[in-house]
Design a protein around this ligand. Structure first.
Ligand code: ATP
Ligand code: MG
Length: 438
């Protein structure tokens, strides 16, 4: 993409309404535009990141054996009356009436909708287990939408729902999602710590929130300081094997949100306990038969009886992750994208748009990069070198390739790594190899 043609509405000044760095940088880098409180349009640069985040989430869900579906954003109120949540949900739910005066709602989550689908299609224990997920916009009329896409009213979520015959099966499904989440966030270069979390009014269930530590996080958290040194690796996994040992390994160190943390019962010595802020990027939840029972989602057993399905739900805040990624990856000059989610892999800068030799060299390089399948944003504008460098640093592409008259004469390029700031003059082929390295 040529920057001269790209829709990238950058802001020079820090927008006054943005209180945290990710919101500020997303607005300044032209990634999003607010439509109304907590509701945003995604502009080309922002959408590219959102799609890449979504794709990593999708690949790891698929790898774990979950199957993608797409449920609607608008749901009928009757479904929520069946589970008893229609009245309970309160003002966060956006309620709508259609032309026939039927009560509808914009889905804040999909437990009822997916239970209805499964109850209609699955009758026998032989059809289990199943895990269905979708990546769909949600609406929650949050009391205080803030921090840009981190706490929006309309936001993109991946939500998966598992259906099992018994608790042992449900725990295996839970473990699969637990491990898939470790892999998902690790692939984005994020350290998301699984923390014991509040399970709501019905006790005895199992839940973890995956939390990225950040000063601007809305959740108070406590964890063993051993977590800070731990590398949450995206190691390969055999999902059909027993995942209990892996689950045990990754819950070995203490980590809990402040809702469930009890100082009197905390197993970690005070000197080893970290009290920090964090961003919830995902949650895994086992809730047994909470929906299947009232909604009559049952399967028949071999001996003729029938039982309600054991269920779990598993959310990831896809749009929130874009903000969380920036909170975890930035400096004073702007964003620093991890390569796995970057909107483009490399920014190509011609510092002399008026110099024919430089233009020819940069154009040739642009062609080469595109032919090699490299995602490149080419700053071909007639701007000062300083303005071009500032733009590239702001939008945070992992690599910059800088073409200037001295390099063109010598047959070299300047390669800059955005994260380390390291710069090197290299011959063209060596430069291309350098940016291909992980
Ligand atoms: P929170 O405690 O932050 O309000 P939640 O626990 O109500 O979130 P879940 O129902 O667990 O949210 O939704 C799954 C994921 O969706 C969350 O882990 C979070 O990453 C994301 N999410 C929830 N609410 C929002 C929101 N208002 N804006 C953006 N993302 C959100
Ligand atoms: Mg949650």
């Amino acid at each position: 993409m040529r920057l001269s043609q790209y829709f990238l509405p950058l802001l020079r000044e820090n927008p006054a309404e943005a209180q945290i760095v990710s919101h500020r940088l997303m607005l300044r880098a032209g990634m999003i535009r607010q439509s109304s409180a907590g509701i945003y349009s995604w502009l080309p640069l922002g959408l590219r990141v959102l799609k890449r985040v979504e794709q990593i989430v999708r690949e790891e869900q698929d790898r774990s054996g979950a199957q993608e579906i797409l449920m609607p954003t608008i749901q009928p109120a009757e479904l929520w009356r069946e589970s008893g949540r229609y009245d309970d949900y309160g003002k966060e739910m956006l309620r709508i009436r259609d032309r026939h005066d039927r009560e509808m709602l914009y889905g804040p989550t999909n437990e009822e909708q997916v239970t209805e689908i499964v109850r209609a299609a699955i009758q026998s224990y032989r059809d289990l287990p199943k895990n269905l997920y979708h990546i769909q916009w949600k609406f929650r009329d949050e009391v205080r939408p803030r921090f840009g896409v981190m706490r929006g009213r309309e936001f993109l979520m991946k939500d998966a729902y598992s259906f099992d015959l018994d608790m042992a099966g449900a725990k295996h499904s839970y473990n699969k999602m637990f491990v898939a989440y470790l892999r998902t966030f690790a692939r984005m270069g994020l350290k998301a710590i699984p923390m014991r979390a509040e399970t709501g009014p019905i006790g005895g269930e199992l839940s973890h929130e995956f939390i990225v530590l950040a000063e601007t996080g809305e959740s108070g958290v406590f964890c063993d300081k051993a977590w800070l040194a731990r590398d949450i690796l995206g190691q390969d996994v055999e999902y059909d094997s027993d995942l209990e040992p892996m689950y045990a390994e990754w819950t070995r160190h203490y980590a809990a949100t402040e809702d469930v943390h009890d100082p009197a019962k905390c197993p970690v010595a005070e000197a080893d306990l970290v009290n920090a802020r964090g961003i919830e990027v995902g949650q895994v939840f086992n809730f047994g038969t909470k929906y299947s029972k009232p909604m009559g989602a049952v399967v028949s057993l071999a001996d003729g009886g029938n039982v309600p399905l054991e269920m779990g739900s598993y959310g990831i805040g896809v749009s929130r992750l874009v903000g969380a990624l920036i909170e975890a990856n930035h400096d004073d000059n702007g964003i620093i994208w991890p390569a796995s989610v970057a909107p483009f892999h490399v920014g190509l800068i011609n510092i002399r748009a008026a110099d024919a030799k430089c233009v020819a060299a940069a154009d040739e390089l642009y062609g080469k990069l595109r032919a090699g399948g490299v995602m490149v944003l080419y700053d071909d504008r007639d701007e000062s070198p300083g303005a071009k460098f500032a733009t590239m640093d702001l939008i945070g592409l992992p690599w910059q390739l800088i073409v200037g008259p001295r390099g063109v004469a010598a047959g070299t390029l300047e390669v800059k790594n955005r994260r380390t700031g390291e710069r090197q003059d290299l011959p063209v082929e060596a430069a291309l190899n350098r940016i291909a390295a992980p």
